[in-house]
Each structure stands twice: as C-alpha cells, then as structure tokens.
Design a protein around this ligand. Structure first.
Ligand SMILES: [Zn+2]
Length: 206
C-alpha cells in the first residue's frame, strides 16, 4: 500500500479547492527552479483536470445530470481527456484485461492494462467509458489490428487470421467464445453499437 499521513489541520485546510490551489503554487515556487515551474505547473493542471474528468465519466452513466466542471481551457487540453479516459476505464475494470482477464499491478501502481477506445477517438470523439475497454498490451494491439473482436453477447471473437499466423501465442486463440471480463457496474459495460462498429470496420473476417 502506498500512502501518506497528513497533519489533521493541513487536511482540513486542503479540503477547500482554493486552499489546495494556493498550496500547490507555494510548493512549486519553493521547490522548483524558475525554468521548471511552468512545466510542473502545467502537469499539475493536467493531473487535476484528468482526475475530475475521470470522476465525471464514471458517474455520468447513472446520473446524466452530472455536469462538466472543468474550465473550458482545461476541458480542451488533449492530455486531460486522454488521461481522464484512461483513468476512468482502468478504474471501471479494476485493472483487469477485458479479453484475457490478466491483472498485474506493481507495488507503485503501474498496471499491465491500458485503456482502448473501441471506436477510435478520431472518429466520434467519444470518451464515455462504454466506448472503452481496459486491455493488456497484447490484447490492445490485437484488438486494434482486428485480430480479436467482441460479439453482441460479449463473447470474444478470434479472426481466422489468428490461426494462420506462425509462432502464434496459443492463448489468444483459446480466448475465442469466452465471455469478456466487464466492469462491476453494468452501465459501464461496452456499448453494443461501438462493438458492432469495431466488428464491421476493424475485425478481419478473412
Ligand atoms: Zn489481455
């Protein structure tokens, strides 16, 4: 477990956003050289924005009244969207790969999974967790290459090409017909329309 113990008075103080902002500025001014301050401050804005955005993405399917609380400037930072989507999807799947089920996390929080868009962001700008799946590196690449897909009833489909490749890691073909490992919360499961788009546009049927 990685964590920190905070002084109680400090904890009370930083429960207010404006105090957190002020403390963040003071820490950056105190501990970083003048030339490092701007990049550190920008990264801090991205991390904070991504944290807020991922919380909204996870709450919205069950509560459509959740409003975006990011400033416009923050909301349009691609890094905030990327990191927020990643955080939401990986959290929804509890760090488990939707296709092969692997779950590996290091003590300092590194995880074997990444967040995959089912319909690429460039097509629909859809960052809902339901347009994503947490996938390990191998499954992510295989899904993006159209060698694996997911059926209407959430079973893994393996492209016939998988069987014709040399040196194929056997476990990929063994996934065929197995149910995917979805999030605990039903509204966060992959959108069936997004999966259909992937089957029709990406999955290699030959
Ligand atoms: Zn996997």
């Amino acid at each position: 477990m990685v964590g920190a113990r905070l002084d109680e008075n400090l904890y009370d103080l930083i429960r207010l956003e404006e105090n957190r902002d002020r403390l963040r500025s003071v820490l950056i001014e105190t501990y970083f050289s003048p030339e490092a301050r701007q990049p550190v401050s920008e990264q801090s804005t991205i991390n904070r924005g991504a944290f807020v955005f991922s919380g909204e993405l996870l709450r919205r399917p069950e509560d459509p009244t959740v409003q975006e609380t990011l400033s416009l400037e923050e909301a349009y930072l691609p890094a905030v969207r990327d990191q927020g989507f990643r955080r939401a999807v990986v959290t929804a799947y509890s760090h488990r790969c939707a296709l092969c089920g692997i779950r590996v996390r290091t003590l300092n929080g590194h995880t074997a999974v990444t967040a995959a868009h089912i319909v690429p962001w460039s097509e629909t700008q859809d960052d809902r967790p339901a347009n994503g799946m947490a996938l390990c590196r191998m499954c992510h690449w295989t899904f993006d290459e159209g060698l694996l897909g997911v059926s209407r009833v959430y079973e893994v489909i393996a492209s016939r090409q998988l069987n014709t490749l040399d040196n194929l890691p056997g476990y990929l073909t063994n996934l065929e017909g197995r149910g995917i490992v979805g999030p605990d919360r039903k509204p966060l499961w992959p959108d069936t329309e997004s999966l259909r788009w992937h089957r029709e546009n990406v999955l290699r049927t030959q």
